[in-house]
Design a protein around this ligand. Sequence first.
Ligand code: NAD
Ligand code: AHE
Ligand code: ZN
Length: 369
Amino acid sequence: MKTRAAVAFEAKKPLEIVEVDLEGPRAGEVLVEIKATGICHTDSYTLDGLDSEGIFPSILGHEGAGVVLEVGPGVTSVAPGDHVIPLYTPECRQCKSCLSRKTNLCTAIRATQGKGLMPDGSSRFSYKGQPVAHYMGCSTFANHTVLPEIAVAKIRPDAPFDKACYIGCGVTTGVGAVVNTAKVEAGANCIVFGLGGIGLNVIQGLKMVGANMIVGVDINPDREAWGRRFGMTDFVNPKDVSGDLVAYLVALTDGGADYTFDATGNVQVMRQALESCHRGWGESVIIGVAESGKEIATRPFQLVTGRVWRGTAFGGARGRTDVPKIVDWYMDGKIEIDPMITRILPLERINEAFDLMHAGESIRSVVVF
Ligand code: NAD
Ligand code: AHE
Ligand code: ZN
């Protein structure tokens, strides 16, 4: 079939809206009509050529929602008409990682996914007879995409696509970092670095679990009002701190935070987040994705004296199991999404979403088809 897609032909170049060819689903695969997709900073990072796994040409996008149109042989868990969210972290429930119960990082199809291919080693997308790579196993910047059955979460049909799509990455990552990865307890003092599409969801997760101090740190002063809107108790703009930021935050949180979160992707900020933790027990969770080649550093003494450095992908969520529950949380009013969707655009204007993100003028832009 033909479908409209925003194709990343080259790094650092705007996406081009073209009609691509899409092959139907093979065994164990499903064809999904994408109804809406969010634009996450990770899409921008790959488009900017900062992703060591970046491939061009490819169809980016990993934060979508849509409807199953067709299933390939052997597919049993979804059927045409089901509403689904594509999963860049699949859940096969059979691999060593899934069976370990220690991680959400299913390894069933990770190798081919990282090469922009379906599990059988081929691409379903092509343009003018040449293959176009999939992205993060999702490629939601296309009106239609093919996904492995293990990479779709079936969701309730009454959830609006233009909000539910955000659960495909940002919401689940932020809220999940709090409840699944850090397992923050009520009364904890916490610091969130970076109050964008992910950090604000960390904040609303912290509010949900009853954290005491929720300190937000951002270099964009406009983010103070956004943070307070979702439960932030204190705001710190590093540009307004005259001395050492870490010392300032440690004093503010009475010896350091119980939990800190990096949602910037900046390795210097990751160090500040670790070192703002309380001696003896503070835990820092890295959410941000750093540019290819960047490394983190701290004095080992920081860990010797009890601080813990960890990371999280997709908020530690097991997609097929947890995503439908997060959709319920949204539909039941336990978490908010609507105010964070700051712009809804047609596919033809998708490049504006990247401009708004870079200008610090959006929390989440969503493209509707
Ligand atoms: P965003 O652009 O919406 O937000 C980033 C925020 O960080 C902005 O508010 C910006 O002003 C702030 N910031 C930048 N530099 C800063 C600094 N030095 N100090 C303090 N604040 C600073 O991006 P997003 O969509 O929220 O994504 C955030 C990061 O999370 C990205 O690196 C993205 O790739 C990553 N991410 C990771 C996962 C995961 O599963 N681990 C999932 C989604 C996104
Ligand atoms: N491809 C990059 C790593 C990118 C990365 O860390 N991705 C996160 C999700 S970001 C969503 O917005 C993730 O889930 N990572 C786990 C995984 O298996 O990719 C690189 O450095 O090569
Ligand atoms: Zn993302």
